[in-house]
Ligand binder design. Structure first.
Ligand code: ADP
Length: 327
């Protein structure tokens, strides 16, 4: 029997951060041993927000290097660059003909991006979930390791798969999100999730000890004199969530008690976090150096993966074109 397929992608909008790592990459690592995996740098999604064409290629390369350094193993999974498999956009167009515009306009991610880039509201932004559905369905993937913020997009994907199957015959599975423990890593800037596009919100996987310390120092706290239960939202809550994420349970309990009794010292809590983050990232940073120094190896990995992805993608497209009467 064929193994289940898995697909996930990350945009090339900057270097990977702890949110991407816990929400997506940890899931990828957990699945690569068991399933047929395709992990992508989704550059066609990247260009829906303002970007620099001169640096895009390098940004794509950086994510591939981050993937390899994080432990994605090209012997176990395929590393894809989305635009190098043109079947993604072909399938997205075909799927867009069976999906209502009104549903796309209602999606929270679209509304957020509209608010973030009011001068850059483009068709690609609206179309994003359709292309994402095509990304996953192109490989008939059943599992998608992504953060909780992507759940509305997974719902669109399943709706599209159901609609296609009912109109043209059983073709696509209904993909499910693969959940990780860290599927919502909070922002260091308080409020929303850690994100590449929100300055001051993130820690990059390549940050050195001093940078980590500086970024954590910038995280908002309170006077430490409030006492009572630890808040559920905001800067302090986020620091406690990070302690949990790094499995610092004893420290969590200690600082929780300190908070309740108004004895908490945030500099102490922050330093505990800094050390834990640095320890987690060190092996990643060492592996990355090795890949950075061997660009031929990285090129070979990309080319071999690309050949396999093109083959798998074309297999699905032949079936889709035939079912839609376009063969
Ligand atoms: P960003 O929001 O930083 O630009 P992407 O949109 O490229 O990141 O998302 C890439 C992957 O990382 C997705 O699977 C997304 O769900 C996950 N992800 C991004 N931010 C977080 C976060 N703060 N917590 C958990 N997962 C996240």
């Amino acid at each position: 029997m064929n193994k289940k397929r898995v697909y996930s992608g990350i945009r090339a909008t900057g270097r990977l951060h702890l949110g991407n790592y816990f929400g997506a990459v940890k899931g990828m690592l957990a699945l690569q041993d068991k399933y047929d995996c395709i992990f992508s740098v989704v550059d066609s999604h990247t260009i829906t927000v303002p970007y620099d064409p001169k640096t895009l290629k390098q940004s794509v390369r950086e994510i591939i290097l981050d993937y390899l350094a994080a432990g994605l193993d090209p012997k176990k999974c395929n590393l894809e660059i989305q635009s190098k498999v043109p079947q993604h956009t072909e399938l997205a167009y075909l799927l867009s003909t069976i999906y209502p515009v009104s549903r796309l306009e209602d999606l929270p991610t679209y509304k957020e991006k509209k608010a973030q880039y009011p001068k850059y509201i483009n068709m690609g932004l609206l179309y994003y979930p359709v292309l994402m559905a095509a990304d996953v369905l192109l490989y008939k993937a059943e599992l998608v390791p992504v953060g909780i913020d992507q759940e509305p997009h997974l719902e669109v994907m399943r709706e599209i798969a159901r609609k296609f199957n009912s109109m043209f015959g059983q073709t696509f599975p209904e993909p499910q999100r693969f959940k990780t423990e860290g599927d919502y890593v909070p922002s260091l800037a308080g409020g929303r999730k850690m994100s590449k596009s929100i300055e001051g919100s993130f820690i990059n996987l390549n940050d050195d000890l001093e940078t980590i310390r500086k970024r954590i120092a910038g995280a908002s706290t309170d006077s430490g004199q409030i006492g009572g239960e630890v808040p559920k939202e905001g800067g302090v809550a986020n620091l406690f969530k990070l302690l949990k994420l790094f499995k610092l349970n004893n420290e969590f309990n200690k600082f929780e008690q300190d908070y309740e009794t108004k004895k908490i010292r945030y500099t102490e809590l922050k330093e505990v976090l800094v050390q834990a983050i640095y320890k987690e990232l060190q092996p990643f940073q060492e592996r990355r150096k090795k890949f950075e120094e061997d660009s031929k190896l990285v090129d070979d990995i990309i080319n071999a993966s690309n050949r396999k992805c093109l083959q798998m993608a074309e297999e699905t497209m032949r079936e889709v074109r035939e079912k839609m009467g376009l063969d």
